[in-house]
Write a protein that binds this ligand. Structure first.
Ligand code: SAH
Ligand code: SF4
Ligand code: F3S
Length: 484
């Protein structure tokens, strides 16, 4: 639950973007409607935002929730609510299936609550086939919109409240970036900040460029202004978000004063008083510059964590994935990071079962894991996404074969991660306290700059502050420690 956090950009005076002002007026109209329905029913109306996918979607959901709250809804954790919105992901098929399962269950709530409205948005809705499926088999859905017009949610909400028909508003693309939308953070002390939207890389397996459109960078001025607002509101840690943060600013014309590089941007963000940690996600290995490494080295505020998606350790597979680096180039970069920044944790993403991949190709991936000694790795089984080039490759790998290779890889990944984690035992590190431990409420949970989790005894008042903790016992992916 998001409590005791201010909704940023809820006041007209804080807003410079015309479109955002327009949306605020729709929020007011929606609120009149919600308030009157609430009086009629003699109870408060509730809203639930269900989020799938990456940090970008999580950030979008914080905007959806802010709008719903400003429109008079109370936040509900349960989908048995008066307004439910699913913010979807379609990066792998299992993400699609999970949404559809949840949506199906939600219809049961609607049968009992005639005032209930159900909305679905996000990446999956940028695929025509998914929208057609909802139109045909999920007739109870009230509102469908996509990623490019999410800034119009207040307007769409208002329209939906007045209508009994299914409302569908999907845009193919947009070049618009709307600033200053209201936002209600999930955490008081940390926040994602979009620095760019979309992706131009077209890795052959990936649907993201099709559902999120081309790269659009926000102006440095807008990013800094947002970070300053967040810092003034108590945020200690920001994560700069983009599908490939290394290409930040490439879409600005030469000579445009906005045209600064990602390292220059992150340096500017580090100057903001009150911000103690700056993370970023995701850099693409193909254009990870020395300038960025130097910047990280110089700036203790930049988190000691680099997420560097490998995808495969076989050069031919990488070529067919359109990743634009070889096994050797990737390893060279890792060695350079390890040498220049020995305290940085390197994590990665790996796909197993890409079309044409053999057991010996997976051996190359395992070789990279052994050499790179990743601090953690997310391993995925290749999922065929309609519309991507790889979906048309003839040599799709049967599931039984994939499973065996996947398990082999996972074993090595877990071993290396554990070894890397154990190296920290006995050290005392700065920890940003994130909350009360989910399993034992006498403990607090926090994160090191390198993203390692640690649990330790402490007062809940410390949530949001940085404390020093000794890393006493390694339990694989987390530590038990003590405040010093
Ligand atoms: N822009 C980031 C991450 C995007 S999606 C990057 O370039 O790394 C997050 C991860 O999902 C990817 O790194 C990849 O490992 C995985 N992924 C993307 N498409 C996939 C697919 N079709 N099947 C399986 N995993 C996929
Ligand atoms: Fe997908 Fe590749 Fe873009 Fe990442 S860089 S979002 S994997 S196309
Ligand atoms: Fe999923 Fe869209 Fe993110 S497809 S991974 S939610 S950009």
């Amino acid at each position: 639950m998001t409590q005791d956090i201010n909704i940023l950009n809820s006041n007209k005076n804080d807003i410079t973007d015309e479109e955002s002002l327009k949306q605020l007026s729709f929020i007011e109209k929606a609120k009149e409607h919600v308030d009157s329905l609430s009086r009629e029913l003699g109870r408060n109306l509730t809203a639930c935002v269900v989020t799938f996918g990456c940090q970008m979607n999580a950030r979008d959901s914080e905007k959806l929730l802010a709008i719903l709250k400003l429109a008079g809804y109370e936040e509900s954790e349960s989908e048995n609510a008066d307004f439910v919105i699913y913010n979807t992901c379609t990066v792998r098929d299992n993400a699609d299936q999970r949404v559809l399962g949840r949506l199906g269950q939600c219809s049961n709530y609607k049968k009992k609550n005639p005032h209930m409205k159900i909305a679905i948005c996000g990446c999956m809705m940028q695929e025509q086939s998914a929208v057609e499926k909802i139109q045909k088999s999920y007739r109870f859905v009230d509102l469908i919109f996509g990623t490019h017009n999410i800034y119009k949610f207040a307007e769409l909400l208002y329209t939906t409240l007045l209508s009994d028909r299914m409302i569908i508003d999907i845009w193919k693309e947009t070049d618009k970036i709307v600033e200053d939308l209201p936002v209600l953070r999930k955490y008081p002390f940390k926040s994602g900040v979009n620095i760019m939207f979309g992706c131009n890389n077209f890795c052959t397996y990936c649907i993201v460029p099709y559902v999120r459109g081309r790269e659009r960078s926000r102006s440095p001025k807008d990013i800094i202004r947002e970070c300053e607002k967040l810092s003034a509101d108590g945020v200690k840690e920001v994560m700069l978000l983009g599908q490939n943060v290394n290409s930040y600013g490439n879409d600005f014309k030469d000579g445009d004063p906005n045209k600064i590089s990602f390292p220059q941007l992150i340096e500017e963000v580090c100057k903001i008083e009150g911000l103690e940690r700056v993370r970023f996600m995701t850099p693409h290995p193909k254009d990870f510059s020395d300038e960025l490494l130097e910047t990280i080295k110089r700036n203790p505020k930049i988190a000691r964590h680099i997420h560097l998606p490998l995808q495969s350790g076989n050069t031919e597979i990488l070529r067919r994935m359109n990743r634009k680096y070889t096994k050797e180039q990737y390893l060279e970069l890792v060695y350079k990071i390890r040498e220049m920044l020995p305290d940085v944790a390197i994590t990665t993403d790996i796909i197993v079962g890409f079309p044409g991949e053999t057991a010996s190709d997976v051996d190359d991936t395992i070789d990279v894991v052994n050499k790179a000694q990743f601090d953690n790795a997310f391993t995925f089984i290749y999922s065929k996404r309609t519309g991507t080039p790889a979906a048309g490759f003839p040599d799709q790998v049967p599931e039984s074969e994939v499973k065996e290779n996947f398990d082999r890889l996972l074993k090595v990944v877990q071993e290396t991660a554990r070894k890397q984690s154990e190296k920290l035992t006995g050290r005392t590190e700065e920890v940003l306290v994130e909350g009360i431990n989910e399993h034992d409420n006498s403990l607090l949970t926090g994160r090191l700059s390198n993203n390692t989790l640690v649990h330790f005894k402490g007062d809940e008042k410390l949530i949001g502050s940085i404390v020093r903790v000794s890393l006493d016992e390694c339990h694989g992916f987390y530590f038990m420690g003590q405040m010093v």
